[in-house]
Design a binder for this molecule. Structure first.
Ligand SMILES: [Zn+2]
Ligand SMILES: [Zn+2]
Ligand SMILES: [Zn+2]
Ligand SMILES: [Zn+2]
Length: 347
């Protein structure tokens, strides 16, 4: 009996595979230690100090690229990326360690005919246990409510997974720092700072929707820009003055925050020029700014947010974005900015 138990323990240890940590070297010589956990097209997922990053494979040395090739040849668990041994289960195109192929709520293995939901992070849950989980409003990670902390449930009804919460922007001074970074990227592609003053505000969802209703905006909003202008004719200081207010939902993780801020700053740019166009053109153009800042980020979350924009079924935010992205690829930033400026109709 004793021998049998020892044997059983050993087996469990073998199944719970750890990913191999190694030093990665970029072609420019910078080194960092991390574990490879996925390969998606020409990008690799590296876990560095507990955070998930996505990098283009071409940025690494030939030796690292060879390691990736080798890594991909070995059959791996679709949940934990560990190498598969004999105790594995096939489900559709994916294979899992039998111990990984289970519901995060009841901890039972999925059996034949079980219906389950899967997120993009390896998490799985029985459909009938889904109500016992939270769903991160940013990255769509599913997490069991039983292990969640109360901070993950925001007072306004939103939910956040632990990794997104860790990077959450809850304070205005942090938001301003994020804003500086966003501006750096925007200026690189040709945007200039506005004439008018911008007030940044972190708000809850109710406030955001109430303010949005004032300008007939709706949908799954994370940020909002309100611009007031005054036209002074004659007198000592003729011209137009602007006041802008940018609302951003509190608690968004840093990466989503830069995406939202970039988008909203482009609204400011458009508003100051009285550029009028259809919603798909306006929102699609603003999303190009999100694209620009997200492309610079290397976290896995930034690739997920980019994918969400690519796959968005909204005719305005998705369809408009894809059209504008095509246009950007054709003509480049300077010509695109000029094109938009030609749509200007000042009062
Ligand atoms: Zn596994
Ligand atoms: Zn279950
Ligand atoms: Zn999340
Ligand atoms: Zn917008």
């Amino acid at each position: 009996m004793f021998v049998f138990r020892r044997f059983f323990l050993l087996l469990v240890l073998c199944v719970g595979t750890l990913l191999e940590s190694r030093v990665w070297t970029t072609t420019s010589g910078s080194r960092s230690e991390g574990e490879l956990f996925e390969v998606v097209g020409d990008r690799i997922g590296l876990r560095i100090r507990g955070r998930d990053y996505h990098f283009s494979i071409s940025r690494f040395t030939p030796a690292d690229q060879a390691y990736v090739k080798q890594w991909m040849k070995v059959p791996r668990c679709a949940a934990c990326s560990g190498t598969l041994g004999t105790r594995s289960t096939k489900a559709g195109k994916a294979s899992y360690h039998t111990s990984c192929f289970r519901c995060m709520v009841c901890r039972k293995n999925f059996g034949p005919g079980n219906r389950f939901r899967k997120d993009g992070w390896g998490g799985m849950v029985h459909v009938e246990h889904f109500s016992h989980t939270g769903l991160c409003g940013t990255c769509s990670r599913i997490f069991p409510k039983q292990n969640a902390s109360k901070e993950q449930f925001f007072a306004d009804g939103r939910m956040s997974c632990k990794p997104c919460l860790k990077d959450g922007i809850f304070k205005l001074d942090l938001l301003n720092k994020v804003d500086d970074r966003v501006w750096k990227s925007l200026m690189e592609v040709g945007f200039v700072k506005p004439k008018g003053k911008i007030i940044l505000e972190l708000v809850d969802q109710k406030t955001l929707l109430r303010e949005a209703a004032k300008i007939n905006a709706s949908g799954n909003l994370r940020g909002l820009t309100l611009t007031k202008y005054r036209v002074v004719k004659g007198g000592k200081n003729p011209g137009t003055t602007f006041d802008h207010r940018i609302y951003v939902l509190y608690g968004l993780p840093y990466v989503e925050c830069i995406s939202v801020l970039a988008h909203e700053h482009v609204h400011v740019w458009l508003n100051e020029r009285f550029i009028d166009a259809s919603p798909p053109v306006i929102e699609g153009f603003c999303n190009l700014a999100s694209l620009t800042v997200l492309q610079k980020e290397k976290s896995k979350l930034s690739s997920i947010l980019l994918e969400n924009m690519n796959n968005s079924t909204s005719s305005v935010y998705g369809g408009g974005y894809r059209k504008m992205r095509q246009r950007l690829a054709q003509v480049g930033w300077p010509a695109l900015l000029a094109e938009l400026k030609r749509k200007s109709t000042p009062p």
